[in-house]
Structure formats: C-alpha cells, structure tokens
Design a protein around this ligand. Structure first.
Ligand code: H13
Length: 253
C-alpha cells in the first residue's frame, strides 16, 4: 500500500511512493547486508571450481535439503571496458532483460516499491525434465560508496517474495531464489583529468552469487548438469550484451 502523498513516475509510467519506507524495506536491507558480508568470505572447504573460462570462474558447493539440490553458486569475473554501474543497470532494468535472458518465457513488473525496488513475476523456460517453474521476487539496485577516492560498489539483489498478484497455480512450481550481482569498477592508469578516462582504462570486477531452490524434486544430476551449463552461458551472453550496448555510449560511472 502507498501511504505517502508524494509520488514519482517510473519509466513505464506507474506511480510509486518515494517518501518513507515501503513494506519490504527492512527485508531488503537485511539481505543486502548479508550479501555484502558473504561475498567477502574466503572460498575454501567444500567449494569446487566447476568451470573456468578466461577471467570467469564458477564455484559451487554441493548441498541438498530433503533430497532437493540447493547448491550455492558463486561466479567471479572481470569484464574490460564497462563499469559496475553499467553491469548492474542492465541486469536490473527489465526493458533489456529479454534481449540477454535465454531461460525465460516472460518477465513483468507487478509492483514498484520505490525507485530502486520492484517486484517481478517471471515464467521460466522448461529446462529441466519436470514441471515448468515461475518466480516472484523483489529486485533491488543500490550504489554503495566506500571512500572518496574509490569507485562505488554497485549491486542488484533478487529475492523471492509472495505477492497477491502472483498466486501459485499448480502444476506450476515456484523457484525460490536469493541472487546477487555485486560489482566494483577498477580504473587502470587513471589520467590526471577524470574526463579523459576511456573505456580501455576501465574494468568491472563482478561477483554473482546464487542460492536457488527448484521448489520441488528434480533429479540431482539433471539440476547440476543444467546449472553447470547455463550459469556460464548466462554470464557470457549477458556481459557481451552489456559491452555491445555501452560501446559507443558515454561511460556511466
Ligand atoms: O539471475 C539471472 N536472471 C535474473 C533475471 O531474469 C533472475 C534470477 C532469478 C532466478 C530464479 C528465481 C528468481 C530470480 O536472478 C540469470 C539466471 C541464469 C540461470 C541459469 C539457469 C540455471 C538453472 C539452475 C537450476 C536450479 C534449480
């Protein structure tokens, strides 16, 4: 519910409340902080490097809950010529999503909670040998300043939430997810005047973290094979898309 008298318009023309906190603000805060702590943890016992491709490294920890595979996943990558803000912008903005997502049938915004937080309903492609999956999650984008000199950290978090506009309709199965994209921008050999920074001087260090529960039983081997193939494929395609989109645009710091 919108309880404040001040409104702003989102890019697709809906009104959202901009004053005061929305009903999921505390949840968003907690999950963002958890990701910032978790991403800095050392990758030690139990983490397997399952895929390496150039600068991209995909790690996974094998975990099952009641026989359901819920393997945590972490990907590290470094992308030349783009900023963390650009990566997060394209990951969060739904207008671009269907151009890089190959695992979705549809995506839509069902509520805007504030300018940086929206609730998505998505229909996923049937990639595994059982029922089709959908998902309903808040998606939040944020910029965190670390110090005056450093470039800020940008992040996007996608976190499952129930919503009256998205009831679960069996046989449809709902994915449960907690996903974060966390990016830092590195400027190599910074010129004296910041205006002279060129794309060849910049690099984005990216961490992508995913906890996904398929929401119902799927054969373990099938889920693990799909994940091992699809996550690197997603990151490859998504980062090429951002490079392509930003190539001739001014740098978005
Ligand atoms: O992160 C990716 N896409 C986001 C934008 O569409 C949505 C994602 C999400 C997934 C599920 C529920 C809620 C949000 O954050 C890219 C995802 C790539 C997925 C590759 C498929 C892997 C299959 C793993 C099987 C685990 C059950």
């Amino acid at each position: 519910t919108i309880n404040e008298a001040t409104f702003a318009a989102t890019s697709n023309g809906e009104n959202i409340s901009v004053k005061g906190k929305h009903r999921l603000a505390n949840d968003v805060e907690r999950v963002v902080q958890e990701h910032l702590t978790y991403v800095r943890e050392e990758m030690c016992d139990g983490w397997d490097l399952i895929h390496e491709e150039g600068e991209m490294k995909v790690y996974r920890r094998e975990v099952e809950e009641n026989g359901i595979v819920v393997d945590p996943l972490k990907i590290f990558h470094a992308i030349q010529g783009v900023t963390g803000h650009e990566i997060c912008h394209y990951f969060w903005e739904y207008q671009h999503r269907m151009e890089w997502e190959t695992t979705l049938d549809s995506t839509k915004i069902i509520e805007a909670l504030d300018q940086d937080t929206v609730i998505f309903f998505q229909m996923h492609k049937r990639v595994w040998p059982t029922a089709q999956r959908d998902s309903c999650f808040w998606s939040h984008i944020r910029c965190i300043s670390n110090s005056e000199e450093d470039q800020p950290t940008w992040l996007v978090v996608n976190y499952t939430t129930p919503h009256p506009l998205a009831p679960i309709k069996p046989p449809q199965v709902r994915l449960i997810a907690n996903v974060a994209m966390i990016c830092e921008t590195i400027i190599n050999e910074p010129p004296l005047n910041p205006k002279d920074i060129k794309r060849e001087n910049i690099q984005c260090k990216l961490a992508y973290v995913a906890f996904v529960n398929p929401g119902g039983w799927v054969p373990s081997a099938a889920v693990r094979n799909v994940a091992k193939r699809e996550y690197p494929r997603f990151l490859r395609r998504f980062t090429s898309y951002v490079i392509e989109q930003t190539r001739d645009k001014p740098i978005l710091f």
